[in-house]
Design a protein around this ligand. Structure first.
Ligand code: ZN
Length: 327
Protein backbone atom coordinates (compact mmCIF):
# COMPACT_ATOMS: atom_id res chain seq x y z
CA UNK A 1 0.00 0.00 0.00
CA UNK A 2 1.28 3.44 -0.90
CA UNK A 3 0.57 6.34 1.46
CA UNK A 4 -1.63 8.98 -0.18
CA UNK A 5 0.29 12.19 0.18
CA UNK A 6 -2.67 14.57 0.27
CA UNK A 7 -3.59 17.22 2.85
CA UNK A 8 -6.57 17.13 5.18
CA UNK A 9 -8.55 14.54 7.14
CA UNK A 10 -9.38 12.48 4.05
CA UNK A 11 -12.67 12.32 2.17
CA UNK A 12 -11.03 13.70 -0.93
CA UNK A 13 -12.86 14.46 -4.19
CA UNK A 14 -12.04 13.20 -7.66
CA UNK A 15 -13.70 12.12 -10.92
CA UNK A 16 -13.78 8.65 -12.45
CA UNK A 17 -12.30 9.62 -15.81
CA UNK A 18 -14.22 10.91 -18.80
CA UNK A 19 -16.07 14.24 -18.86
CA UNK A 20 -18.47 15.45 -21.57
CA UNK A 21 -17.09 17.16 -24.63
CA UNK A 22 -18.27 20.69 -25.36
CA UNK A 23 -20.12 21.26 -28.66
CA UNK A 24 -17.05 22.79 -30.31
CA UNK A 25 -15.29 19.38 -30.11
CA UNK A 26 -18.07 17.52 -31.94
CA UNK A 27 -18.37 20.25 -34.57
CA UNK A 28 -14.55 20.26 -34.83
CA UNK A 29 -14.62 16.49 -35.45
CA UNK A 30 -17.24 16.87 -38.20
CA UNK A 31 -15.22 19.65 -39.80
CA UNK A 32 -12.11 17.49 -39.56
CA UNK A 33 -13.99 14.58 -41.24
CA UNK A 34 -15.01 16.94 -44.08
CA UNK A 35 -11.40 18.10 -44.43
CA UNK A 36 -12.20 21.68 -43.39
CA UNK A 37 -9.64 21.76 -40.56
CA UNK A 38 -6.41 19.84 -40.08
CA UNK A 39 -5.43 17.51 -37.23
CA UNK A 40 -3.48 20.26 -35.42
CA UNK A 41 -6.56 22.51 -35.32
CA UNK A 42 -8.65 19.69 -33.85
CA UNK A 43 -5.97 19.01 -31.22
CA UNK A 44 -6.05 22.73 -30.34
CA UNK A 45 -9.79 22.42 -29.61
CA UNK A 46 -9.16 19.31 -27.49
CA UNK A 47 -6.47 21.18 -25.53
CA UNK A 48 -8.87 24.09 -24.96
CA UNK A 49 -11.54 21.69 -23.63
CA UNK A 50 -8.94 19.97 -21.40
CA UNK A 51 -7.89 23.36 -20.01
CA UNK A 52 -11.49 24.35 -19.32
CA UNK A 53 -12.17 21.11 -17.42
CA UNK A 54 -8.99 21.47 -15.36
CA UNK A 55 -9.97 25.06 -14.52
CA UNK A 56 -13.47 23.92 -13.56
CA UNK A 57 -12.20 21.15 -11.27
CA UNK A 58 -9.77 23.60 -9.64
CA UNK A 59 -12.58 26.13 -9.19
CA UNK A 60 -14.68 23.68 -7.14
CA UNK A 61 -11.68 22.46 -5.11
CA UNK A 62 -11.32 18.93 -6.53
CA UNK A 63 -8.41 17.14 -4.83
CA UNK A 64 -7.32 14.70 -7.55
CA UNK A 65 -8.14 15.87 -11.07
CA UNK A 66 -8.69 14.11 -14.41
CA UNK A 67 -7.94 15.46 -17.87
CA UNK A 68 -11.51 14.56 -18.94
CA UNK A 69 -10.41 12.50 -22.00
CA UNK A 70 -11.50 15.15 -24.49
CA UNK A 71 -9.23 13.58 -27.13
CA UNK A 72 -10.53 10.01 -26.70
CA UNK A 73 -13.53 8.25 -28.18
CA UNK A 74 -14.13 4.75 -26.85
CA UNK A 75 -11.81 3.76 -23.96
CA UNK A 76 -10.67 0.53 -25.66
CA UNK A 77 -10.53 1.79 -29.27
CA UNK A 78 -8.34 4.70 -28.15
CA UNK A 79 -5.60 2.25 -27.08
CA UNK A 80 -6.28 -0.20 -29.94
CA UNK A 81 -5.63 2.57 -32.47
CA UNK A 82 -2.28 3.33 -30.88
CA UNK A 83 -0.92 -0.18 -30.28
CA UNK A 84 0.74 -2.36 -32.93
CA UNK A 85 -0.95 -5.79 -33.15
CA UNK A 86 -4.44 -4.34 -32.72
CA UNK A 87 -6.67 -3.07 -35.52
CA UNK A 88 -10.11 -1.52 -35.45
CA UNK A 89 -12.79 -3.73 -37.01
CA UNK A 90 -16.29 -2.91 -38.23
CA UNK A 91 -19.11 -1.45 -36.17
CA UNK A 92 -20.54 -3.64 -33.40
CA UNK A 93 -23.56 -2.81 -31.28
CA UNK A 94 -22.68 -2.38 -27.59
CA UNK A 95 -26.05 -1.52 -26.04
CA UNK A 96 -29.23 0.15 -27.24
CA UNK A 97 -28.41 2.24 -30.28
CA UNK A 98 -24.74 2.75 -29.37
CA UNK A 99 -22.21 1.27 -31.77
CA UNK A 100 -18.45 1.06 -31.53
CA UNK A 101 -15.64 -0.26 -33.68
CA UNK A 102 -14.49 -3.45 -31.99
CA UNK A 103 -10.70 -3.97 -32.05
CA UNK A 104 -9.16 -7.17 -33.42
CA UNK A 105 -5.86 -8.68 -32.30
CA UNK A 106 -4.17 -9.60 -35.58
CA UNK A 107 -0.61 -9.93 -34.23
CA UNK A 108 1.47 -9.77 -31.06
CA UNK A 109 0.51 -6.63 -29.16
CA UNK A 110 3.32 -4.12 -28.65
CA UNK A 111 3.88 -0.44 -28.01
CA UNK A 112 5.95 1.98 -30.12
CA UNK A 113 5.42 5.31 -28.37
CA UNK A 114 3.76 6.65 -25.26
CA UNK A 115 -0.02 6.82 -25.74
CA UNK A 116 -1.21 9.08 -22.91
CA UNK A 117 1.89 10.77 -21.46
CA UNK A 118 1.82 13.97 -23.50
CA UNK A 119 -1.83 14.64 -22.65
CA UNK A 120 -1.17 13.91 -18.98
CA UNK A 121 1.79 16.31 -18.98
CA UNK A 122 -0.32 19.02 -20.60
CA UNK A 123 -3.15 18.62 -18.06
CA UNK A 124 -0.72 18.48 -15.12
CA UNK A 125 0.98 21.68 -16.33
CA UNK A 126 -2.31 23.56 -15.79
CA UNK A 127 -2.77 22.84 -12.08
CA UNK A 128 -0.90 22.39 -8.81
CA UNK A 129 -3.19 19.54 -7.77
CA UNK A 130 -2.34 15.98 -8.88
CA UNK A 131 -3.86 14.80 -12.18
CA UNK A 132 -4.55 11.08 -12.56
CA UNK A 133 -2.96 9.05 -15.32
CA UNK A 134 -5.77 7.12 -17.04
CA UNK A 135 -5.24 3.72 -18.66
CA UNK A 136 -7.57 0.95 -19.79
CA UNK A 137 -6.75 -2.39 -18.17
CA UNK A 138 -5.50 -5.44 -20.06
CA UNK A 139 -8.47 -7.63 -19.19
CA UNK A 140 -11.01 -5.09 -20.47
CA UNK A 141 -9.09 -4.47 -23.72
CA UNK A 142 -9.03 -8.25 -24.28
CA UNK A 143 -12.68 -8.74 -23.31
CA UNK A 144 -13.92 -6.02 -25.66
CA UNK A 145 -11.80 -7.16 -28.65
CA UNK A 146 -11.83 -10.04 -31.13
CA UNK A 147 -8.82 -12.33 -30.94
CA UNK A 148 -7.45 -13.69 -34.22
CA UNK A 149 -3.87 -14.13 -33.02
CA UNK A 150 -3.48 -15.55 -29.52
CA UNK A 151 -3.96 -19.20 -28.59
CA UNK A 152 -5.77 -18.21 -25.37
CA UNK A 153 -7.36 -15.19 -23.72
CA UNK A 154 -4.72 -15.49 -20.99
CA UNK A 155 -1.89 -15.06 -23.52
CA UNK A 156 -3.68 -12.01 -24.95
CA UNK A 157 -4.24 -10.44 -21.50
CA UNK A 158 -0.65 -10.99 -20.36
CA UNK A 159 0.82 -9.38 -23.50
CA UNK A 160 -1.53 -6.41 -23.09
CA UNK A 161 -0.53 -6.20 -19.43
CA UNK A 162 3.15 -5.66 -20.34
CA UNK A 163 2.18 -2.88 -22.74
CA UNK A 164 -0.02 -1.12 -20.16
CA UNK A 165 2.71 -1.59 -17.53
CA UNK A 166 5.23 0.16 -19.79
CA UNK A 167 2.80 3.03 -20.36
CA UNK A 168 2.23 3.31 -16.58
CA UNK A 169 5.98 3.33 -15.92
CA UNK A 170 6.41 6.15 -18.42
CA UNK A 171 3.63 8.14 -16.74
CA UNK A 172 5.37 7.57 -13.43
CA UNK A 173 8.72 8.74 -14.81
CA UNK A 174 6.96 11.90 -16.04
CA UNK A 175 5.88 12.57 -12.43
CA UNK A 176 2.41 11.03 -12.27
CA UNK A 177 1.52 9.97 -8.68
CA UNK A 178 -1.98 8.56 -9.21
CA UNK A 179 -2.42 5.96 -11.94
CA UNK A 180 -5.84 4.48 -12.70
CA UNK A 181 -6.09 1.27 -14.69
CA UNK A 182 -9.77 0.85 -15.58
CA UNK A 183 -11.22 -2.65 -15.61
CA UNK A 184 -14.96 -2.08 -16.14
CA UNK A 185 -15.25 -5.65 -17.47
CA UNK A 186 -13.70 -7.16 -14.31
CA UNK A 187 -16.90 -8.19 -12.59
CA UNK A 188 -18.78 -9.37 -15.67
CA UNK A 189 -17.32 -12.91 -15.82
CA UNK A 190 -16.69 -14.47 -12.43
CA UNK A 191 -14.74 -17.39 -13.93
CA UNK A 192 -12.10 -14.94 -15.14
CA UNK A 193 -11.57 -12.79 -12.05
CA UNK A 194 -8.28 -14.66 -11.53
CA UNK A 195 -7.18 -13.52 -14.98
CA UNK A 196 -8.06 -9.90 -14.10
CA UNK A 197 -5.87 -10.27 -11.00
CA UNK A 198 -2.99 -11.90 -12.89
CA UNK A 199 -3.00 -9.17 -15.56
CA UNK A 200 -3.12 -6.39 -12.97
CA UNK A 201 -0.18 -7.94 -11.10
CA UNK A 202 1.97 -7.49 -14.19
CA UNK A 203 0.87 -3.85 -14.54
CA UNK A 204 1.22 -2.65 -10.94
CA UNK A 205 4.14 -4.76 -9.66
CA UNK A 206 6.90 -2.24 -10.57
CA UNK A 207 4.87 0.92 -9.80
CA UNK A 208 5.42 3.26 -6.85
CA UNK A 209 2.44 5.50 -7.69
CA UNK A 210 -0.93 5.18 -5.94
CA UNK A 211 -2.79 2.70 -8.16
CA UNK A 212 -6.53 2.63 -8.73
CA UNK A 213 -8.95 0.51 -10.73
CA UNK A 214 -12.51 1.43 -11.66
CA UNK A 215 -15.00 -1.42 -12.05
CA UNK A 216 -18.58 -1.16 -13.28
CA UNK A 217 -21.36 -2.96 -15.22
CA UNK A 218 -21.00 -6.32 -13.43
CA UNK A 219 -22.28 -8.26 -10.48
CA UNK A 220 -20.40 -6.68 -7.57
CA UNK A 221 -22.07 -8.85 -4.99
CA UNK A 222 -20.65 -12.00 -6.59
CA UNK A 223 -17.25 -10.40 -7.24
CA UNK A 224 -16.91 -9.27 -3.60
CA UNK A 225 -14.80 -9.87 -1.50
CA UNK A 226 -12.61 -11.61 -4.10
CA UNK A 227 -12.14 -8.32 -5.97
CA UNK A 228 -10.04 -7.17 -2.99
CA UNK A 229 -7.32 -9.50 -4.36
CA UNK A 230 -6.85 -7.21 -7.39
CA UNK A 231 -3.38 -5.76 -6.69
CA UNK A 232 -4.15 -2.03 -6.62
CA UNK A 233 -4.22 0.46 -3.75
CA UNK A 234 -7.75 1.65 -4.49
CA UNK A 235 -10.92 0.31 -6.09
CA UNK A 236 -13.48 2.73 -7.46
CA UNK A 237 -17.08 1.47 -7.37
CA UNK A 238 -20.65 2.58 -8.13
CA UNK A 239 -22.85 3.10 -5.08
CA UNK A 240 -25.55 5.52 -6.24
CA UNK A 241 -27.19 3.34 -8.88
CA UNK A 242 -27.36 0.30 -6.58
CA UNK A 243 -28.76 2.30 -3.66
CA UNK A 244 -25.56 1.65 -1.67
CA UNK A 245 -26.33 -2.08 -1.44
CA UNK A 246 -22.60 -2.91 -1.48
CA UNK A 247 -22.41 -1.56 2.06
CA UNK A 248 -24.20 -4.73 3.19
CA UNK A 249 -21.32 -6.73 1.70
CA UNK A 250 -18.83 -4.50 3.53
CA UNK A 251 -20.66 -5.23 6.79
CA UNK A 252 -19.98 -8.93 6.26
CA UNK A 253 -16.45 -8.51 4.80
CA UNK A 254 -14.75 -5.19 5.60
CA UNK A 255 -13.35 -3.25 2.64
CA UNK A 256 -9.56 -3.25 3.00
CA UNK A 257 -8.31 -0.76 0.40
CA UNK A 258 -8.67 2.90 -0.42
CA UNK A 259 -12.05 3.35 -2.06
CA UNK A 260 -13.49 5.49 -4.83
CA UNK A 261 -17.02 6.05 -3.55
CA UNK A 262 -19.38 6.74 -6.46
CA UNK A 263 -22.27 8.72 -4.97
CA UNK A 264 -23.88 10.32 -8.04
CA UNK A 265 -25.60 8.30 -10.78
CA UNK A 266 -23.59 8.85 -13.97
CA UNK A 267 -26.45 7.54 -16.13
CA UNK A 268 -29.12 9.86 -14.77
CA UNK A 269 -29.74 13.42 -15.98
CA UNK A 270 -30.71 14.47 -12.45
CA UNK A 271 -28.28 16.68 -10.59
CA UNK A 272 -28.78 15.17 -7.14
CA UNK A 273 -29.27 17.69 -4.31
CA UNK A 274 -26.34 18.30 -1.96
CA UNK A 275 -28.11 17.02 1.16
CA UNK A 276 -28.95 13.68 -0.47
CA UNK A 277 -25.34 13.24 -1.56
CA UNK A 278 -24.12 14.10 1.95
CA UNK A 279 -26.49 11.47 3.34
CA UNK A 280 -24.93 8.86 1.02
CA UNK A 281 -21.45 9.75 2.28
CA UNK A 282 -22.52 9.57 5.95
CA UNK A 283 -24.11 6.14 5.40
CA UNK A 284 -20.91 4.90 3.75
CA UNK A 285 -18.68 6.19 6.54
CA UNK A 286 -20.33 3.68 8.88
CA UNK A 287 -18.27 1.09 6.96
CA UNK A 288 -15.36 3.10 5.53
CA UNK A 289 -12.57 5.29 6.91
CA UNK A 290 -12.54 8.92 5.67
CA UNK A 291 -8.74 8.84 5.39
CA UNK A 292 -9.10 6.04 2.84
CA UNK A 293 -12.04 7.45 0.88
CA UNK A 294 -12.20 9.40 -2.38
CA UNK A 295 -15.67 10.63 -3.35
CA UNK A 296 -16.72 10.82 -7.01
CA UNK A 297 -19.58 10.02 -9.43
CA UNK A 298 -20.44 6.37 -10.17
CA UNK A 299 -18.71 6.32 -13.54
CA UNK A 300 -17.26 8.52 -16.26
CA UNK A 301 -19.59 11.41 -17.11
CA UNK A 302 -19.02 11.59 -20.87
CA UNK A 303 -22.65 10.78 -21.71
CA UNK A 304 -23.96 13.68 -19.61
CA UNK A 305 -24.28 17.27 -20.85
CA UNK A 306 -21.55 19.69 -19.79
CA UNK A 307 -24.00 21.47 -17.45
CA UNK A 308 -25.20 18.19 -15.87
CA UNK A 309 -21.62 17.06 -15.28
CA UNK A 310 -20.64 20.38 -13.75
CA UNK A 311 -23.75 20.32 -11.54
CA UNK A 312 -23.00 16.80 -10.31
CA UNK A 313 -19.32 17.54 -9.59
CA UNK A 314 -20.15 20.83 -7.83
CA UNK A 315 -22.76 19.19 -5.63
CA UNK A 316 -20.41 16.32 -4.75
CA UNK A 317 -17.78 18.90 -3.72
CA UNK A 318 -20.33 20.75 -1.55
CA UNK A 319 -21.57 17.52 0.05
CA UNK A 320 -18.00 16.46 0.85
CA UNK A 321 -17.28 19.84 2.41
CA UNK A 322 -20.32 19.49 4.70
CA UNK A 323 -19.38 15.97 5.82
CA UNK A 324 -15.69 16.90 6.24
CA UNK A 325 -16.84 19.62 8.61
CA UNK A 326 -18.63 17.02 10.72
CA UNK A 327 -15.59 14.72 11.07
ZN1 ZN B 1 -17.78 2.91 -15.07
Amino acid sequence: MTPVDLPGPGLWTTSVGSLPKPDYISSGRSRRARGEIDKAELVELERRATREWIEFQDSIGTDVLVDGEQYRGDMVAFFAEALPGLELGGLVRSYGIRYYRKPIATGAVGRDDAVTVEWWQYAQSLTNKPVKGMLTGPYTICDWSFNEHYASRRDFVLDLAKVIRDEALELERAGCRFIQIDEPAASTRMDELDLVIEGMEVVTEPLGAHTITHICYGDFHRAYPKMLDIPVDQIDLEFANSDFSLLDDFAANPFTKYIGLGISDAHSHDVEPVEGLAHGIRRSLEYLLPERTFVDPDCGLKTRSVDEAKGKLSNIAKAVEIVRGEL
